[in-house]
Design a protein around this ligand. Structure first.
Ligand SMILES: Cc1cc2nc3c(=O)[nH]c(=O)nc-3n(C[C@H](O)[C@H](O)[C@H](O)COP(=O)(O)OP(=O)(O)OC[C@H]3O[C@@H](n4cnc5c(N)ncnc54)[C@H](O)[C@@H]3O)c2cc1C
Length: 241
């Protein structure tokens, strides 16, 4: 028999998982499906850093607190930053943000995406929300007033509302024929972890150069290890040349 929900969320990444938790207590029957196993990675404090990180603002922190996952993030690892120093490579301009100037303790936290994801999943497994792992969406079509979704293993799901939270290469987007506009920014990015010779001073550093920004985002609570994100693009063509 087909499974049915009021809201069917496809994709249990940071977006889909957070939405499912936010809908808890709404009275709606929510079903969250994902193609992966949705298992929580055993946490290793000294494990390698994941290159994908997010800068979480105080507003994002409040959302995650309300969802009951902020403690799970802090128990793993998150690196607060209290200052941000931004300047341009030619030395003509700079701007400095500090938590003290807005009477706050921190400006935000740099957190590995895996950590956010695991804290969300941990909370989801403790809730009574419908969660379907190893459930890869393969087909989708309208059926009366509802959407009918078929998974790779043949299971069928029905819902009047489907949320596409299945990432950049969304199957929902493709299967519903949702149009997108895309263009190439001619940007390339390198993300890696380095150990710096100087302490990071709880500061996120960003330098804008002619070939793109260079950002050092602090990553480790007490040590000197920080994340570095380099991004560059070919110089823009000179219209006068
Ligand atoms: C290097 C880098 C740095 C970034 N830095 C930042 C930052 O500082 N701040 C910020 O806000 N954003 C940042 N982003 C962007 C951010 O990481 C993404 O926007 C965010 O992870 C997207 O989350 P999501 O939940 O929408 O998708 P995803 O994390 O991609 O999750 C999609 C989920 O859908 C599932 N799925 C996919 N296809 C199917 C299917 N057919 N059936 C079932 N399930 C499916 C997948 O298994 C996955 O669990 C960065 C991205 C990169 C690459």
């Amino acid at each position: 028999m087909d499974m049915r929900a009021d809201v069917l969320i496809v994709g249990a990444g940071m977006v889909g998982s957070a939405l499912a938790l936010a809908l808890q207590g709404s009275g709606l029957q929510v079903l969250l499906v994902d193609g992966s196993s949705l298992s929580v990675t055993p946490y290793d404090r000294d494990g390698a850093f994941e290159p994908r990180v997010s800068a979480l603002s105080a507003a994002s922190q409040r959302i995650l607190e309300r969802l009951g996952v902020w403690d799970g993030i802090l128990q793993r690892r998150a690196s607060p930053y209290g200052q941000m120093q931004v300047w341009d490579g030619s030395g003509t301009g700079q701007i400095h943000f500090s938590a003290a100037s807005v009477h706050a303790e921190v400006l935000g936290h740099i957190v590995e995406n895996r950590v956010v994801q695991d804290a969300l999943l941990e909370r989801l497994h403790d809730c009574d929300l419908g969660l379907l792992a190893n459930a890869r969406l393969e087909q989708m079509r309208r059926s009366g007033d509802e959407w009918l979704l078929t998974l790779a293993d043949g299971r069928r799901l029905r819902a009047p509302l489907v949320v596409a939270a299945d990432g950049a290469n969304s199957a929902v987007r493709r299967l519903t024929g949702t149009a997108t506009r895309e263009w190439d920014y001619l940007h390339n990015a390198i993300v890696t972890s380095v150990r710096s010779s100087q302490p990071h001073q709880r500061t996120a550093w960003q330098r804008f150069t002619d070939t793109g920004p260079l950002a050092f985002l602090r990553w480790r609570g007490t040590g000197r290890k920080i994340g570095v994100r380099l991004s560059g693009r070919p110089p823009l063509p000179n219209p006068n040349a």
